[in-house]
Design a protein around this ligand. Sequence first.
Ligand SMILES: O=c1ccn([C@@H]2O[C@H](COP(=O)(O)OP(=O)(O)O[C@H]3O[C@H](CO)[C@@H](O)[C@H](O)[C@H]3O)[C@@H](O)[C@H]2O)c(=O)[nH]1
Length: 314
Amino acid sequence: MARAMTGAGERVVVLDDLSAGVPARLPADVPLVEGSSLDAGLLEHVLGEHAVTGVVHLAAHKQVAESVARPTRYYRENVGGLATLLETVAAAGVRRFVFSSSAAVYGNPDVDLITENTPCAPVNPYGETKLAGEWLVRAAGRAHGMATVCLRYFNVAGAAEPALADTGVFNIVPMVFDRLTRNEAPRIFGDDYPTPDGTCVRDYIHVADLAEAHLAAARRLSAPDAAGDLTVNIGRGEGVSVRELVTLIGEVTGDTRAALVEGRRPGDAPRAVASAALAASELGWTARRGVREMVESAWRGWSAHHGATSAPAR
Ligand SMILES: O=c1ccn([C@@H]2O[C@H](COP(=O)(O)OP(=O)(O)O[C@H]3O[C@H](CO)[C@@H](O)[C@H](O)[C@H]3O)[C@@H](O)[C@H]2O)c(=O)[nH]1
């Protein structure tokens, strides 16, 4: 985000508690303030010192299983913390606010393409905190004359640069890399879903495209007539099955060993694919990078962090 925005000529200041962030990832000319978005005093200071005119709020806890085990923490920090942030930014006169939401707000809808009008029915506390967060953002926007955009991310993958790669092993692409690096077969969680090849279908979006979507949202809010609230899906509108993705990972890594089919993972929806139409019409933004580019860039990042240079040994 910081690179995408500064690269496009915006001035950026980053507030991060560094619970997961790594300062070296920031461009040298972007100031970093170490601290929490829950700290109203610090926020007031940063907003004033840097004459902030818009906020992109990315900070949150985002592990579904952890949210089931520790719901009060998720509500307190993802929702309660957001309330503090909104109060503080509104009081500081900020009139533009972009919020990271998630396809998790939809739960498991039985539709071909999920539009922004598909009913929201989250199935875990993480998704609940994102939906409650959207309500809070919209209500605060209305109350304080702040124009807002909520971006509902679908399945984020890839790395904008190897040095920026996500080092967590929480999603399918790094989970398959991890298995291959350990000389183990990738796992497919269920091949008896009502989908063309029986495996779950998702809408993968390159993290660099996601960053550009935030830039587009921030710029939309900079228009002189910007007002009101907007909630948009951030996806490609193209479904990719787990089997297709695992095959592609085999091609990119050169390790084409057969996957192990295991039982279904609890809570997985058979299909979650965005309608990307509203983002195109309202933000003028469409994803540019395909799934192969996501896997190739993620593999370069994985290799840079794990020392792998080619196909892992069989
Ligand atoms: O080794 C693996 C890992 C995953 N999967 C499958 O791959 C698909 C994608 O899984 P994953 O990458 O974990 O993403 P999702 O479960 O779709 O979760 C994403 O989408 C959710 C709903 O938006 C968000 O809550 C999460 O934060 C976000 O990671 C699912 O069908 C998994 O069952 C496998 O078959 N094998």
